[in-house]
Design a protein around this ligand. Structure first.
Ligand code: SF4
Length: 180
């Protein structure tokens, strides 16, 4: 930051003069990815106890805002990160598919906890045995429920995938579930 003679913040002209002394180069894809990874807008799909754990990630102790992902949205049209946290019943499957389809690309999915990943201990006819039966998942966060630190790690993994332009593993292999 340019400073004036009195040691305080400089004027606009100081900044302009300062900016002439250096150059910044990058690629357009990289700067878009940089902005994208630091401004994820999550939509929580919390159905059970994992949803409560997810709330603590948003709070001051774990402070998801440090990663630029605290702007929680409850409209899929305004979100690009779907966090599935909790048990997903068969009745919810077409609803979560609709929500996913309403999100704009590029969009990402975190599957949080044993229930969202595999149905958990609900090996039952009415529980979906993993949300990836109906929507593609980018990152799985294991745990029962996962600790907030694990959720942060999942968000950072998504950020790394975005920054690295990493092709999502499911892109060519994932097949839509029976609800499509
Ligand atoms: S994984 Fe455990 S904590 Fe999470 S929703 Fe299922 S039963 Fe609850």
């Amino acid at each position: 930051m340019a400073t004036s003679s009195n040691g305080k913040y400089g004027s606009q002209q100081d900044l302009v003069n300062e900016s002439k002394s250096f150059a910044f180069t990058t690629r357009i894809d990289d700067i878009i990815a940089w902005g994208r990874k630091n401004s994820l807008w999550p939509m929580p799909y919390g159905t059970a106890c994992c949803g409560i754990e997810l709330m603590s990630v948003m709070g001051p102790r774990y402070d998801l805002a440090r990663f630029g992902a605290e702007v929680v949205r409850f409209s899929p049209r305004q979100a690009d990160l779907l966090i599935v946290a909790g048990t997903i019943t068969e009745k919810m499957a077409p609803i979560i598919l609709r929500i996913y389809e309403q999100m704009l690309e590029p969009k990402y999915v975190l599957s949080m906890g044993a229930c969202a990943i595999s149905g958990g201990f609900y090996r039952a006819y009415h529980v979906l045995q993993g949300v990836d039966k109906v929507i593609p998942v980018d990152v799985y966060i294991p745990g029962w429920p996962p600790a907030p630190e694990s959720v942060l790690d999942g968000v950072m993994t998504i950020q790394k995938m975005i920054a690295d332009h990493h092709p999502r593993p499911w892109r060519n292999n994932w097949v839509a579930g029976e609800y499509r």
